[in-house]
Design a protein around this ligand. Structure first.
Ligand code: SAM
Length: 260
């Protein structure tokens, strides 16, 4: 990274400096010349420079004016690079996919301060995404992969697992970054499920049911879902009314949401 640049906390700027970790991430991505590859938040290029070796027509999405200027300068060498100077939360990935020959491969060491809204934003484009490989806060990756009856299991786990198959690849210590964040990180891969592999439920209904349930995660189901689903409906599904939201599987939530 540049000595002149003061990392901006508001943009979650923790730059990767550990070459061994960078190599391991690139190995996990396995970028190829065929890929419609997009990197979110290139920063000073810890990953970008290696991605460009495989795919010179890489697209990058960066919000920081200074970093965008840095990449415009780099375009003198990397002529095929596509720079999107934009808040990733406003990016229309469907529009990006229209110009690509294949479904999108999206990668990045993500800004942790927007990770949940960003994941939900990306899930809404699941049909144009081939896979995603992200660095996130370890706690977020653990929540993404969590199974019922655990403390980390909740709204993010259920909705992410509705949309994607998720794999935690490896953890990354905070010493791999400059400045070092306070938390441990982890790399994960998310592969959107085919529509045929999903329970046929309106995701908006599912999201609403899950949101309401986990607003009061310590309450029993009839109390947590009051106003949306009755006690009779819960028992009609064979679910014990003493259960709490954290005890239910994704499929249980799909069955409940179907009744709304
Ligand atoms: N990829 C670089 C690396 O690994 O060293 C930088 C990673 S840093 C954790 C996050 C990057 O995302 C920064 O470049 C930051 O400016 C950018 N960023 C933060 N918020 C963003 C947003 N809303 N839209 C696009 N880029 C954003």
């Amino acid at each position: 990274m540049s000595d002149k640049h003061h990392p901006k906390k508001r943009f979650g700027q923790n730059f990767l400096i550990d070459e061994a970790i960078i190599k391991r991430i690139i190995n996990s991505i396995q970028p190829t010349h065929e890929d419609a590859l997009i990197e979110i938040g290139p920063g000073f290029g810890a990953l970008t420079n290696k991605l460009l070796l495989a795919q010179p027509a890489l697209a990058i999405i960066e919000i920081d004016n200074d970093l965008v200027a840095f990449w415009h300068e780099k375009m003198k060498i990397h002529r095929q690079l596509q720079i999107h100077h934009q808040d990733v939360l406003t990016v229309d990935f469907k529009a990006l996919a229209l110009t690509a020959a294949h479904s999108l491969r999206i990668v990045g060491n993500l800004p942790y301060n927007i990770s949940s809204p960003l994941l939900f934003h990306l899930f809404s484009f699941d049909d144009v995404i081939h896979d995603m490989c992200f660095m996130l806060q370890k706690e977020v990756v653990d929540r993404l992969c969590a199974t019922p009856n655990s403390k980390t299991y909740g709204r993010l786990s259920i909705m992410a697992q509705y949309y994607c198959d998720i794999y935690k690849l490896f953890e990354v210590p905070n010493t791999a970054f400059k400045p070092a964040p306070k938390v441990t990180s982890a790399i994960c891969r998310l592969i959107p499920k085919k529509a045929s592999a999903r329970y046929p439920i309106d995701p908006v209904k599912l999201a609403e049911c899950v949101r309401l349930a986990f607003t009061m995660r310590r309450k029993t189901l009839p109390n947590a879902l009051k106003g949306l689903i009755t006690l009779e409906q819960i028992t009609s599904l064979g679910l014990d009314p003493k259960l709490r939201p954290e005890n239910l599987s994704l499929l249980d939530f799909c069955h409940l949401a179907e009744l709304t």
